[in-house]
Design a protein around this ligand. Structure first.
Ligand code: AMP
Ligand code: ZN
Length: 125
């Protein structure tokens, strides 16, 4: 049994299916706990999503038990952003966005961090 089969997931969740590779995506990064893939509708020249493989519906569901996992995710961003084509800080850089709940503009109910960057202008953001 591989790690994803032991990871809590929601059978109706599109990002759980992407993390389990039941739905194809442009993979940016993968380890036992974390998955990153290109956003299907990019706002910027670089736009990928970083998710826990575990089904956490939103930032509103995060607590102290998730601190190590979220810390690992944040610590991956600088390396992944440069690998994906974001230009170096400070002239370059990137934007991280996490939409939470309806009023926060969240459309997919599986925690995800948008990482957007590359030369401007961008389509949005
Ligand atoms: P949010 O509004 O923060 O929930 O953002 C959801 C994001 O998921 C949007 O930017 C979508 O373009 C993206 N998205 C939805 N379905 C897919 C998919 N199958 N593959 C890649 N990105 C997706
Ligand atoms: Zn999920």
């Amino acid at each position: 049994m591989n790690a994803i089969n032991e990871t809590p997931h929601d059978p109706n969740c599109i990002f759980c299916k992407i993390a389990a590779k039941q739905i194809p995506s442009g993979v940016v990064y993968e380890d036992e706990e974390i998955f990153a893939f290109h956003d299907i509708n990019p706002w910027a020249p670089v736009h990928f999503l970083l998710i826990p493989k575990m089904h956490i519906p939103s930032m509103a569901h995060v607590g102290p038990d998730h601190a190590a996992l979220l810390g690992r995710m944040m610590a991956l961003v600088p390396k992944l952003a440069l690998e994906q084509g974001c230009n170096p800080y400070p002239e370059g850089g990137y934007r991280m966005v996490t939409n939470t709940g309806r009023e926060g503009g969240q459309e997919v109910q599986h925690l995800h961090f948008h990482v957007m960057g590359g030369p401007r202008p961008w389509l949005r953001g």
